[in-house]
Every structure is written in C-alpha cells, then in structure tokens.
Design a protein around this ligand. Sequence first.
Ligand code: CP
Ligand code: NVA
Length: 308
Amino acid sequence: MKDFIAISDFSSDEIQDLLDLAVKLKKQYFKKGNKSIFKGKVLGMIFQKPSLRTRVSFDMAMRHCGGDALYLSPAEIGLGKRESIADVARVLSGYVQALMARTFDHAHVVELAKWADVPVVNGLSDYNHPCQGMADALTIVEKFGKKSKGLNVSYVGDANNVAVSLMHVCAQLGWNFIIANPEGYDMDPKAVEIGQKLAKKSKSKITFLRDPHEAVKKAHVIYTDTWTSMGQEEETAKREKAFPPYQVNAGLVAEADKDVIVMHCLPAHRSQELTDDVADGKHSVIFPQAHNRLHAQKAILARLFGAG
Ligand code: CP
Ligand code: NVA
C-alpha cells in the first residue's frame, strides 16, 4: 500500500483489514493510549481548501502515535501555480515521511502521488473523500456490528465527493447503497461504473432514484451532505432552489427503519440539508462519526508506514 487515494483502489479484504485495525487502535487509545508507532515520522498536510476535521484529526493521529504533522496552507505551497506539482512532491519527499493533500482537481492528488517517494493520502478532492468513507464505515460497523451485511445505506442530496466514497465503501463491504438526488446533480459516471463492479463482487446493490421518500423506505442509515461543496460557491443560489425536497428532516427520518442512524460528514448547514432536531436527535451519530476520522486515519497511516 503506497498511497491512499480511493477506496476502490483496494480489495474488500484490505478495506476490512483497515477497519479492523481502526477498531483496535481506537480501543488501545481509550485504554492506555496509542503506542509510539509513528515515532520519527512527520506528515506534511497540503490544504487547497479549508478544513476542521481533516486537519485536526490527521494532526492528532500523528501526535497520539508519537509522530508529528505540518500544516501547509494554499498560500504557502501554491500547488501547481508557484511550483509544479511534480517538483513540490519531490522536494517534500526529502523532508517528511508522508503527505496528505486536499485538492480541488482529483488529478492533482494523483499527480502528487505519482511523483512523491513517500505515501500520499487523499484528504478530499472534488471527486472523492476516501478518509471520510473509512470513518463512515467504522461508524456503521460500530452501530450494526456483525449483522451489517445487507444493510441499506440511503444517501439523500448532492451526489458529490462524499457520496462517491460512501458508495464505494458500501459496495466493498456488501451494503446496499441507495441514492436520491435531483436531476442535473447526478453522480460521476466513472464512479458509478466502479461502484457497480464492486457491488457485483460483494453481491450488494446500488440504486439511483429521484424520490428521497422512496430512497429512505427501508433505510438503516440515512446520510446527507452539503448542497454546495467547496469550489461550487457560485452555484449556491441555483442549488438552494433544487435541493429543498432533499432535506433530511424529522418527517423523512420517520419513513425509515425505526432504528435508522443519521449521518453527515460535517460541516452541516442546519436548516438546509439537515434540520436541527434531526442533527441533535436520537437517530443522529454525526459527532461519533466525526470523531471516528481520528481512528480510521490512524489505521490508514499505520498501513502506509508499515507500522503497528
Ligand atoms: N468532513 C470533513 O472532511 O470535514 P473538514 O472539511 O472540516 O475537514
Ligand atoms: N462535499 C463537501 C464535503 C466537505 C467535508 C465539500 O466538498 O465541500
């Protein structure tokens, strides 16, 4: 495992192994703290977009395991502008032991991985968000345990980067993925093709719908995300007209399985894609889900470093 760019780059056994390791490292952390398996290692974190969870959870993942992290802001790096991505990758490879990058264009994180001698982790691109996908899977496994095979994971809203990684992790782990989104906001066809192949292997199903009510009918998980992702700000007004029927509110949640959990990668736009009563209600797991970023990423880093 040289890089972590997409969930679909791995076998379902490798994804399961990462989840098992995340569970182990989480237990260890709460029992007596993590062992110093990243001692002497520094993670360089390149951000082209803002972040709370990704930045802090990666930084703390490194520190908990005896390593360190370095934040590199868009202004400092100027990835592909001040300097070519290939040159940035080769320079940083001599200073740090791994890189994490949050980019706009997915090709940029792929390019970084191509030229870097050290492992590169995708911390979100316009195409996908694989670290989020792993934390989401960890949260679902914690809730449903061994009975998780055949679960219905229903995503309602924009078929964005978060939805792509969620679809792929569901397909890897044998969970049915159902998505309802408005016309004109469909999922990347390449991601769909990859998802269908993975689902066939795990004997799960991917379903594309327009009707959010139909999508949540048998849902064990309802997932939503912002209607306007970072980089799409100019489309905000247009999107705010198209997406209101896709709001996850108490009415919609009541149509799902009685033990349904509600997930959101955060940041949430309360009163848009998710109402306050649902976000803070009994079905919501949004904060444990956010906290699981830390544990899922420790597992990813451990496998990339060949540590622990
Ligand atoms: N969910 C997530 O990636 O959050 P940040 O954008 O705050 O990192
Ligand atoms: N889809 C959102 C996720 C933020 C974590 C975005 O890309 O802005």
